[in-house]
Design a protein around this ligand. Structure first.
Ligand code: ZN
Length: 390
């Protein structure tokens, strides 16, 4: 028998504000949203969520789920994602990608890790490809990867304007984007190319160049790390004005901030002030990737690992520190990334869609409960997610 749960009296942000209502979950879907729903005790569980916000599970559009880089040598290889860290951070959907190291990290590993996360209860998609071109693939081509492998939704993270990139030519970028696009159209997926943008002076020029010289629409590219510095942010705002999505990275360190990076929350505020549409901006954690700080001579200064908890933290900062309206800040970590990557049924609380839900204590602005596809993975601050080993 499928599980039935009623969440009562929460203030619901879907991410649009729906006011105080009750949400009924049946199986893995939201069955009903209404002012007053009652559920006989014998039919299922009722949770009183008075004093809480009910929001969609967060969608993290870039996580190096099987580990990212390790730019400090083999001893610095970053570890894979622990599902419990994702759950306690309120992330119910992750999009995994390889990072700087696509030589000792493989797409086979990435695929296996995504399947493990699914088995542990959260939704996990992956990207084919790699930083470098020609891109790595699982089945021999971008087109067959996107079409034939159920959880591959596009390409990423392809690197541009970075000393670690292989500096793809216009033709190479067009070919990859066209293959991803057609495969996406044929298989009902986004087919988007997620792009790592480094701190090189080219900024987003390679993408603008492709859009200008081909029939590839700007939404086929989804550039990340756009809060790396203010000049990149300004270029990103121009990208949104042309109809594209841009992504800000939430994982950072004090050293990286001191060298000019903007906190994602602060970048959001600035981008809105510069006229970007809230509908075109997303946050992702870049968790398990290496947070590198290179000096002007290109030497590595320090290296830390990205944290998935930073996604919720920056959403909270956007509201509490930067004064962004709650429903607006929320869409940046829920509905917008789902739209940018074409993840159907994710990032919104809507009848008939996946029951990925979070309860947030309004007083403390703290996650207390996390439901992924209808099952409580965290209940009253206790992570319940089952792992076979430890
Ligand atoms: Zn990156």
């Amino acid at each position: 028998m499928s599980q039935i749960t009623l969440i009562k009296n929460a203030e619901v942000f879907a991410p649009r504000s729906l006011g105080r209502c009750d949400v009924l979950v049946a199986g893995d879907r939201v069955a009903k949203i209404d002012q007053n729903i009652d559920l006989p005790e014998s039919l299922g569980q009722t949770v009183d969520a008075d004093g809480a916000w009910l929001i969609p599970g967060l969608v993290d559009s870039l996580v190096h789920i099987s580990g990212g880089g390790g730019e400090g040598g083999f001893g610095s290889r970053t570890p894979e994602l622990d599902v419990r860290d994702a759950v306690s951070a309120g992330v119910t959907t992750v999009v995994g990608a390889l990072g700087t190291d696509a030589t000792t990290r493989t797409l086979n590993e990435l695929f296996g890790k995504a399947k493990a996360l699914e088995a542990q209860g959260i939704t996990s998609f992956i990207q084919t490809g790699s930083y470098q071109v020609p891109v790595n693939t699982l089945t021999g081509s971008v087109r067959s990867d996107v079409m034939l492998v159920d959880n591959i939704i596009g390409v990423g993270e392809l690197a541009i304007s970075d000393h670690r990139s292989s500096h793809p030519s216009r033709e190479e970028l067009i070919r990859i984007a066209a293959d991803a696009r057609v495969a996406g159209l044929l298989s009902g997926k986004g087919g988007v190319v997620s792009v790592h943008v480094g701190d090189g002076p080219g900024r987003l020029s390679p993408l603008f160049d492709v859009v200008e010289h081909s029939e590839i629409p700007i939404t086929q590219f989804y550039p990340t790390h756009m809060n790396r510095h203010e000049s990149l942010l300004t270029h990103g705002v121009a990208f949104t004005r042309a109809g594209g999505f841009i992504d800000f990275t939430t994982s950072t360190t004090e050293e990286i901030l001191a060298s000019g990076e903007l906190r994602a929350s602060c970048a959001l505020k600035l981008a809105l002030e510069q006229g970007a549409s809230i509908n075109q901006i997303t946050f992702s954690s870049d968790a398990q990737g290496s947070l590198t700080n290179f000096c002007e001579q290109g030497e590595l200064q320090d290296l830390e690992v990205g944290a998935i908890a930073s996604l919720f933290d920056e959403f909270r900062r956007a509201v509490q520190d930067e004064g962004v309206e709650l429903s607006q800040a929320l869409q940046v970590v829920t509905r917008n990334p789902a739209r940018a990557l074409g993840l159907k049924g994710k990032g919104q609380i809507v009848t008939g869609r996946d029951a990925d839900l979070i309860l947030v204590d309004r007083e403390r602005f703290q996650i207390t409960h996390v439901m992924a596809r209808g099952r409580w993975q965290m209940f009253d601050r206790h992570v319940r997610t089952a792992r076979l080993f430890g």
